[in-house]
Design a protein around this ligand. Structure first.
Ligand SMILES: [Zn+2]
Ligand SMILES: [Zn+2]
Length: 245
C-alpha cells in the first residue's frame, strides 16, 4: 500500500478451520454492490438464504443490476449444492435394495449419465444426475463466466431443472417422511424455492410438476403428454419414461 491510499474498513468474511457451525458466517449482510469478488452474485444469494430461507419470494426475486440468466445460473448451482443434503438424508432409506429403480409419480427414469441410457438404482440415479448437473454448470465451455451466460447455453437450464425435479419427486413419492422433514421441519424450503424458480423462468413444464405446494391438497390428476422426445404413459406400475440424451 502506498501512503496515498486510504485503508478501507472491510469485514473479513472468512470461515477458519475448526469454526463451529453456530459461529460460522457471523458477519453483517452486505449489499450486492459492496461484494467485490468475482462470485458476488453467489455470495449475495447465499447471504439471503442464510438470512431467511423460507422467504422464497425474496430469494427468487431478481436483484437490481443482476442479469436474469446469471441469476438462474446461480440459483441452479445453489440448488445442486443443497440437494446434496437431501441425498444424505435419503441415503439410509433409499438403498439399492429398497429402490432398485428410479421411479417417481408412476414413471421409471433411465439414467443419462452412461454411454447408453440405463436403469440405475434411485440413489445412484440421483447422485449421477447431481454429478452431471454440477459438471455441466462448471463446464467453462458452456458457462465461461459468472457475469453473463452465452445464449446457446441457456437450453441447459431446462434440461438440468427437469432432472433435478425428479430428485424431489422421488423423495416426495417414495420417502415422504424424509422429504417432509427436509423441506418443512428443517425449514430448507428448497423445493418451494426450486418450484418458484422453475415457474418464473419456465424451467420445468408445468404439466410435469405434480408435487403440490406445501399446504396444497395432493392432486391425483394425471396428464399425458409427449414432450421433448420422451413418451409418458399413465400412472401404472410399469410405466416408462425414456431419456433421449
Ligand atoms: Zn428411494
Ligand atoms: Zn446412472
Amino acid at each position: 500500500m502506498t501512503d496515498l491510499e486510504v485503508p478501507v474498513q472491510r469485514t473479513l468474511r472468512r470461515l477458519f478451520p475448526g469454526t463451529r457451525l453456530e459461529n460460522a458466517f457471523q458477519w453483517p449482510i452486505e449489499s450486492l454492490d459492496a461484494l467485490e469478488s468475482s462470485f458476488n452474485v453467489q455470495e449475495y444469494l447465499q447471504q439471503l438464504i442464510r438470512a431467511d430461507r423460507s422467504q422464497v419470494d425474496k430469494l427468487v426475486e431478481l436483484p437490481k443490476g443482476v442479469d436474469d440468466e446469471v441469476w438462474q445460473y446461480e440459483h441452479l448451482r445453489q440448488v445442486c449444492l443443497e440437494l446434496g443434503l437431501l441425498v444424505v438424508a435419503l441415503a439410509p432409506e433409499c438403498t439399492a435394495e429398497n429402490c432398485p429403480e428410479m421411479k417417481a409419480e408412476g414413471w421409471l427414469y433411465l439414467c443419462a449419465a452412461h454411454p447408453a441410457t440405463q436403469s440405475c438404482p434411485a440413489i445412484d440415479y440421483i447422485i449421477h444426475t447431481l454429478d452431471g448437473a454440477t459438471t455441466l454448470l462448471n463446464n467453462a465451455k458452456y458457462f465461461p463466466s459468472r457475469i453473463s451466460v452465452p445464449e446457446p447455453s441457456l437450453k441447459h437450464f431446462q434440461s438440468i431443472a427437469r432432472r433435478l425435479y425428479r430428485i424431489f419427486a422421488h423423495a416426495y413419492c417414495h420417502h415422504r417422511e424424509i422429504y417432509e422433514i427436509f423441506e418443512a421441519s428443517n425449514d430448507t424450503s428448497l423445493y418451494a424455492r426450486f418450484r418458484l424458480l422453475s415457474r418464473k423462468y419456465e424451467l420445468v413444464p408445468p404439466n410435469l410438476i405434480t408435487i403440490p405446494d406445501s399446504g396444497e391438497e395432493d392432486e391425483e390428476e394425471e396428464e399425458e403428454e409427449g414432450e421433448d422426445g420422451y413418451s409418458r404413459s399413465p400412472r401404472a406400475s410399469h410405466s416408462t419414461l425414456k431419456e433421449t440424451e
